[in-house]
Ligand binder design. Structure first.
Ligand code: CA
Ligand code: CA
Length: 297
């Protein structure tokens, strides 16, 4: 069955009390119509001034959903296969003083047209290939809430460049129905997202939803193009690197039957530890992912 989540069906919170907008069964395909990070408030570059005056950190990165998955129970693992990401005709990138770098002019935004659905017309007259990815994807935590502005162990604002077409995203289920939502699509994102926004854009994300009973890991992990990757978020980059390394070691122990010490050596020898987002040191938790080329193993 194919289910569509409309652009006006979104949430700013992952939480057990957010009512689902659709119900699907494992094996179903969902088309998520996603808003950009500003919920459509930046259409032309000058809109950034009005947007920054009303911007509420509790209301950014709208995520389409949540979707109730029939049969999903706490302890299960939800597998979301990203089949396609179709970009709108334009996105924007924004720079705001503060955060990682002080002393810049701003706020300022640039509109980034997407030519033929595949080429980005960037500031400075540069034309580079689009690299569509999903910035926010998650399930509900067992209690409380995780805002779509922040990362958590069950996903949300991870800004991991591996969440692209072809990726199998493994999410822990903490509540009945899982309550899956996704959004914050980027037409391209540099690792670390240094300005706090990248090419933010409306999109349609087509994803297949499957369920692995009783298979949950502590944190979201990903398989894509022969890579296996563990994600992590923490108040400091160092703590996030440690968590992501530990998560990848767990995956290698499971898949290869090696000891944890052997897995540590493997990660050191051939794993890449990459920054998802580190745009607001001391404010927003940093996100890191550690990936390893396992191939078909
Ligand atoms: Ca983001
Ligand atoms: Ca974003």
């Amino acid at each position: 069955m194919m289910v569509r989540v409309r652009r006006d069906q979104y949430t700013y919170r992952f939480a057990p009390d957010v009512p689902p907008v659709a119900r699907v069964r494992p094996g179903d395909t969902v088309v998520f119509e996603t808003h950009d990070a500003s919920t459509g408030r930046i259409r032309v570059a000058d809109d950034v001034h009005a947007y920054m005056r009303v911007r509420d950190p509790r209301r950014v990165n709208p995520a389409a959903g949540p979707v109730w998955v029939e049969g999903a129970r706490p302890g299960d693992e939800l597998v979301v296969t990203i089949e396609a990401i179709r970009l709108a005709e334009q996105g924007y990138v924004r720079a705001t003083p503060g955060g990682l770098l002080a002393g810049l002019a701003g706020p300022v935004a640039a509109i980034v047209p997407v030519e033929d659905g595949a080429t980005l017309a960037l500031p400075g007259g540069l034309r580079l290939p689009a690299r569509p990815m999903v910035g926010v994807i998650g399930t509900a935590p067992a209690g409380g809430e995780v805002l779509t502005a922040v990362p958590g162990p069950q996903g949300s604002n991870l800004d991991c460049n591996l969440v692209r077409a072809g990726a199998r995203v493994h999410l822990p289920v903490h509540v009945e129905g899982a309550l899956l939502a996704l959004g914050d699509v980027h037409a391209s994102m540099g690792d670390a997202e240094v300005s706090g926004t990248v090419v933010e854009i409306n999109a349609e994300v087509t994803a297949r939803v499957d369920l692995l009973p009783g298979a949950a890991h502590a944190r979201l992990w990903i398989e894509v193009d022969g890579l296996v990757a563990a994600t992590a978020s923490a108040p400091t980059l160092e703590a996030a690197v440690s968590l992501a390394t530990d998560g990848l070691m767990t995956l290698l122990v499971e898949r290869l039957g090696v000891t944890r010490t052997e897995a540590f050596m493997l990660v050191s020898a051939y794993g890449d530890v990459r920054i998802g987002q580190a745009c607001d040191p001391g404010g927003l938790d940093a996100t890191v992912y550690a990936c390893f080329p396992l191939g078909d193993r």
